[in-house]
Design a protein around this ligand. Structure first.
Ligand SMILES: [Zn+2]
Length: 89
């Protein structure tokens, strides 16, 4: 019988080759539980597109609820939504 942690294996630490399980991996950058190396998960293109749509959508909906005109939304998206998207990646 093999080690149960090897069954849950989703990846290796690039530094110490330690087994990373779904419990140890975080969606945000995290430290390896074995060698404390800083690991940043790879984002898939679909995740980035979803993030763009969510950031832009939330900005437009919030601006409309606060009474901004449609023609003013280009400034809302460019000054608020884009910096939030770039800083979050
Ligand atoms: Zn490691």
């Amino acid at each position: 019988m093999s080690d149960p942690s090897a069954l849950d294996r989703v990846g290796d630490c690039p530094e110490c080759k330690g087994i990373l399980t779904p419990e140890t991996i975080r969606p945000v950058p995290f430290n390896c539980p074995y060698c404390a190396k800083y690991i940043k998960p790879i984002r898939r293109p679909r995740y980035l597109w979803l993030r763009i749509l969510v950031c832009g959508g939330v900005a437009v909906v919030t601006a409309r609820m606060r009474g901004f005109d449609w023609s003013f939304l280009i400034f809302v998206v460019s000054f608020y939504a884009l910096p939030v998207f770039i800083l979050g990646t």
